[in-house]
Design a protein around this ligand. Structure first.
Ligand code: TRP
Length: 469
């Protein structure tokens, strides 16, 4: 008896780490990290991002897992319940609300990008890229995104895939999918790394990524680096809270969080080490924007023997990685809807899937028929002008609003809640009182994470320059 229960507990912690890693590793690592690193000038951005993962991301990841395991509900009810448990205001549930909305909005454009990755599977499999140079590959990308119907078709398929898994319940099927896919993704990245090492401008790529030049990063770039730390770890909106309820009481939250963050970071860095050497060897532009991986990865495969096969496999695996992330974006909203209106999981999936799909159309069109619709916003203070958005498309605005504002704000409030509002004894019941790790975590959560988020916000909005003037 004893042995059996131990075993099933281990399996659950394993499932939790798998599920959370599946959520964390996705387009954020392979598509977004290289693209925003390129836009923000490289090394300094990467360094800020790594610091944010360490000092803000891991502590908040632990806090969010803790909330989920203790509350075992959707984020809105979870926070309401935990606030009541510690005698605090029911208004904390608004934090849950913001998270549910953030997940909804992120999925709307995430699905469009996942659609690009899907479109590349047949491109690769048909062998149309083999032997082609980067001009042809660039053109192909441009013609894909300029076709609204193609983008909507793939976006529709991806939303169907996401809501199909959601309607069956997230835990079923997830374990096997992730157990095999994560290693495959990783091995393919290593194959690509080998290519970049041999045929790319490898040392130039590495120095772009790892030698920080702080003159190249703006206050807005720092905000993006911090926002991305949240995005890539799936933090600040309740996804990890919902997954945290898979975790048995006696499993260590600390080591789970460290594993997830470590694996997620390694995947992103390897992706960067694959892409930038290809960029520099082929005279491509590091700051090419959201199309970056679609313009570089095919270049590598087009020149590699077996490139048709490996290239198709790469995009297939990328789609799967996006799939295990997308379900965590909408699961909190689904659980909430089921609970609130007592609808079945199936109905909740259809309703939310349709709504997310509709909002996603805006992002899909922002690359073509709505590309003229742009937003610019800056704040003028006596310390100068602070550009918040410049000619940003609908897609850019949604991304900015969610990654750079909602997720860090959600993370900040999670840190404040766990560090200052929750009763100490409850926190102690969840996280082992290790003599070094526990106080270090408390310190980071109480002081460092909130201050850092606030400073970065104020810096990007020009408030800091204004005060210090
Ligand atoms: N982390 C995922 C990625 O890197 C995306 C993601 C999944 C996410 N769930 C999330 C981002 C919750 C923010 C919040 O691709």
């Amino acid at each position: 008896m004893q042995k059996k229960s131990l075993q099933s507990l281990w399996s659950s912690r394993f499932i939790f780490i798998l599920a959370a890693t599946g959520s964390a590793v996705g387009l954020g690592n392979i598509w977004k990290f290289p693209y925003i690193t390129g836009v923000n000038g490289g090394g300094a951005f990467v360094l800020v991002y790594l610091l944010c993962v360490l000092a803000i991301g891991i502590p908040i990841l632990m806090a969010e897992i803790l909330l989920g395991r203790r509350g075992r509900k959707d984020p809105i009810n979870c926070l309401k319940y935990l606030a009541a448990e510690s005698g605090k205001s029911p208004l904390w549930k608004l934090l849950g609300w913001m998270g549910v909305i953030a997940g909804f909005l992120i999925l709307s454009y995430y699905s469009v990008i996942a659609g690009w990755a899907m479109a590349y599977v047949p491109y690769m499999a048909s062998g149309m890229f083999s032997g082609q140079g980067s001009d042809f590959i660039n053109q192909q990308f441009d013609s894909l995104v300029s076709s609204p119907t193609t983008l909507v078709a793939w976006h529709t398929i991806f939303m169907f895939m996401t809501m199909f898994v959601i309607s069956k319940g997230v835990r079923r099927g997830l374990e096997n999918a992730i157990k095999y896919l994560m290693p495959t993704l990783f091995i393919l990245l290593l194959v690509l790394l080998f290519y970049s090492y041999n045929y790319g401008a490898f040392s130039q790529g590495l120095s772009f990524l790892f030698s920080p030049d702080f003159s190249k990063i703006s206050s807005d770039g720092i905000l993006s680096a911090m926002g991305h730390a949240f995005f890539t770890l799936s933090l600040g909106m309740g996804a990890i809270m919902v997954y945290g309820s898979y975790l048995p009481k006696d499993a260590s939250i600390t080591s789970s969080a460290i594993w997830i963050a470590l694996f997620d970071t390694i995947v992103a860095l390897v992706a960067g080490m694959v892409i930038f050497p290809i960029v520099f060897a082929n005279g491509l532009e590091a700051a090419a924007g959201p199309g970056l991986i679609f313009k570089t990865i095919p270049v590598a495969f087009s020149q590699m023997s077996g490139g048709t096969f490996f290239g198709s496999l790469f995009f297939i695996v990328l789609v799967f990685a996006a799939w295990t992330s997308s379900i965590s974006l909408i699961e909190p909203a689904v659980v909430w809807l089921m609970d609130k209106f007592s609808v079945t999981r199936f109905k909740a999936s259809i309703i939310l899937g349709f709504l997310v799909w509709s909002v996603g159309l805006l992002s899909a069109f922002s690359f073509n028929i709505l590309s003229e619709v742009t937003f610019s916003q800056s704040i003028v203070t006596s310390a100068g002008e602070f550009v918040i958005l410049k000619d940003a498309s609908i897609f850019d605005v949604l991304d900015y609003l969610t990654s750079n504002i909602m997720l860090p704000l959600g993370g900040l409030l999670i840190a404040l809640f766990v560090a200052w509002k929750m009763k100490k004894e409850y926190v102690h019941q969840e996280i082992a009182a290790h003599p070094i790790i526990f106080p270090a975590w408390q310190f980071l959560l109480k002081f460092v994470a909130p201050t850092a988020v606030l400073i970065v916000f104020m810096n990007a909005l020009g408030i800091l320059a204004f005060i210090m003037k």
